[in-house]
Design a protein around this ligand. Structure first.
Ligand code: NI
Ligand code: MN
Length: 226
């Protein structure tokens, strides 16, 4: 799978012919120089919750690409009512899409739309096909529910976890999360974008190393193949 990082929690992951984009927050991110949205042409947009730093550019990208929005019932319906293709999921449920399976899993985090209206409960996603499986945690605290992922999903090849603290778990808790989900390769996200979530990246990497885990911190615009 090719994984490209666009800052905060925004990732584009290619699975065969399909392109999944997660939590698009480009135009509002002070760390992103290239704010041109026209380069994005996802087949699916997966949104973890309703906060601005996860959905800001979803409507514009869905409109230009025709991507199907996959999210919890409230977030998916919100975009469906605005005329976008959408597929609602809810916690504990999975569905077989043409690119693979998506399971909607628990996150511990608040959620509302930028205008304050109800956006349901925040979620994470486990995504797999016949070859690979990964977990996109969204915004979440460390939670014992993460232990359910290895019990209910294929073995994870990698996971994308928030590490910035303040609004989500910090890297110390994220390293414990890596143990709970039984995954040795973690891509960090949701750090450094704003003052509240600036971290010591060296310390973060060493914290994971001490548990025998790899923490990958990608540059904005960088792609890797896992
Ligand atoms: Ni949030
Ligand atoms: Mn957030």
């Amino acid at each position: 799978m090719q994984i490209t990082f666009y800052g905060q929690s925004t990732f584009v992951i290619k699975l065969g012919e399909q392109v999944l984009m997660f939590d698009p927050f480009i135009t509002g991110n002070p760390l992103v120089n290239d704010k041109d949205l026209s380069k994005f042409n996802p087949s699916h947009l997966l949104l973890s919750h309703g906060h601005q730093d996860h959905i800001l550019d979803a409507a514009a990208i869905a409109k230009s690409s025709g991507a199907t929005i996959i999210a919890n019932y409230e977030v998916a319906t919100h975009f469906g009512n605005a005329g976008h293709q959408h597929h609602p999921l809810n916690h504990g449920g999975k569905y077989n899409f043409d690119f693979g399976t998506v399971k909607c899993v628990n996150a511990i985090h608040t959620s509302s739309f930028p205008d304050g209206s109800y956006a349901g409960a925040a979620a994470g996603f486990v995504v797999w096909n016949s070859e690979q499986c990964f977990y996109f945690a969204g915004d979440t605290a460390l939670t014992m529910d993460m232990k359910l992922i290895p019990l209910t999903c294929p073995k994870l090849d990698f996971a994308i976890l928030p590490i910035g603290d303040n609004f989500t778990m910090g890297y110390e808790d994220a390293a414990i999360a890596a143990e709970f989900i039984e995954c040795d390769r973690i891509i960090g996200c949701h750090y450094d974008t704003f003052g509240y979530i600036e971290i010591d990246k060296e310390k973060a990497i060493k914290t994971f190393e001490a548990k025998g885990k790899e923490l990958i911190l990608m540059d904005i615009g960088q792609s890797i193949i896992l």
